[in-house]
Write a protein that binds this ligand. Structure first.
Ligand code: TXA
Ligand code: MG
Length: 350
């Protein structure tokens, strides 16, 4: 059984933190909140402990994990040779939703690195996460606390749905803030590369780095209509709701028209349709569909904060098909579009 502890997000009870840290130190699994999504934590330097993560998530064991630290010293101790840009990035963005891939020390278990000689490190900006890592005194390996392939959990309830019974404890401190995972930035080459867009944006990184590249797989190539579910340049299907999801991208007006036409067709076939649309646009779609508002176009952070919750709501509502509007890739919009593309079974360019 899973022990669930409620905690104040800003002033966590130190006794509960100590109990949770003891579980981590003993090789157990504790799910905890971060500012991005909930993480599934284990002793980051113990092969046996980390192996349990893969088992609980049902995740392939060659996909590497992030080590979470509570201070700079911990981070420095994990890297064989810290790239020059790392220090500046840590000072600027830590604690925060930026994960740095750097050369790792030999002591890091291969269950964490996936056999690579690099390691991904981040300092989360959440009092509960920081208190837990500090109390454990060791880096905590933590993927998102969802079953593999499901949307990442932004509330303790999502974690309970996916992992209750499979983990030792869950620290519930309310909803995560950003709602999408951290930005993963590879610092091992000549130029930093964004492997996964997230809470820290390309624009923010550009302000402190002379050059940043966005990995081409971030916004995958478009798929022709009716092609089978894709795994776009990446090995694993991710973030996906149960129902197939069609993503409409391009000129906003054409997106609305094509989406509405698609809806009409599906409705005629008697299908239960879910629509993911920006607040500005929800009135375009007629009553027979279940329309959930994906934040506002004006403020993509609102879309980021609600996306994973909405994908899970469509699961509960048992829709047959989801039709989703794409949005602008400025700021955190890039991360939202990346997750929408990866959740989609089909992309329609409008
Ligand atoms: O916001 C987050 O990052 C959340 C919270 C819990 O911190 N964690 C998270 O972990 O999203 P996970 O395991 O779902 O995603 C880790 C990402 C994966 O895309 C993985 O491929 C990449 O980090 N990664 C980890 N180690 C790497 C390495 N050595 N080289 C390249 N990519 C790496
Ligand atoms: Mg994940």
């Amino acid at each position: 059984t899973t022990q669930v502890w409620q905690l104040h997000p800003n002033h966590p009870d130190q006794q509960i933190i100590e109990k949770a840290a003891a579980i981590i130190k003993a090789g157990g699994l504790v799910a905890f909140p971060t500012e991005t999504v909930y993480g599934l934590g284990a002793h980051g330097l113990s092969s046996e402990a980390v192996a349990k993560i893969y088992c609980a998530k049902g995740r392939p064991s060659d996909n590497p994990l992030i080590l979470h630290v509570a201070n700079l010293q911990m981070a420095v101790g994990l890297s064989r040779q810290l790239p020059t840009a790392a220090k500046l990035l840590m000072e600027t963005f830590w604690p925060g939703p930026l994960t740095l891939v750097v050369p790792g020390v030999a002591e890091i278990p291969r269950e964490v690195t996936g056999g690579l000689d690099t390691v991904a490190i981040r300092m989360p900006d959440h009092p509960v996460a920081l208190a837990l890592i500090s109390a454990a005194g060791i880096p905590i390996a933590a993927p998102s606390a969802n079953k593999s392939g499901k949307p990442s959990p932004t509330t303790a309830d999502h974690v309970r749905t996916d992992l209750a019974g499979c983990i030792d404890a869950l620290l519930d401190a309310g909803p995560a803030g950003v709602g999408l995972e951290s930005t993963v930035l590879d610092l091992t080459g000549a130029v930093p590369v964004i492997l996964r867009p997230g809470g820290v944006t390309y624009e923010q990184l550009k302000q402190v780095l002379p050059k940043v590249i966005i990995d081409p797989s971030v916004l995958g190539e478009k798929l022709p209509k009716n092609q089978a579910p894709r795994s776009p340049g990446m090995k694993y299907k991710h973030y996906a709701p149960t129902a197939p999801m069609i993503l409409f991208t391009g000129v906003p007006q054409r997106v609305r028209e094509k989406l509405a036409a698609h809806l009409k067709e599906l409705a005629t076939q008697g299908k239960r349709v879910g629509i993911l649309a920006s607040k500005e646009n929800i009135h375009y779609y007629p009553g027979e569909a279940i329309v959930l508002p994906l934040g506002t176009r004006e403020n993509p952070a609102t879309a980021a904060a609600s996306l994973f919750e909405l994908l899970r709501q469509f699961d509960k509502l048992q829709v047959d098909t989801i039709l989703a509007e794409g949005l602008d890739t400025k700021g955190i919009g890039l991360a939202v579009m990346n997750r929408l593309q990866r959740a989609a079974t089909e992309i329609v360019e409008c």
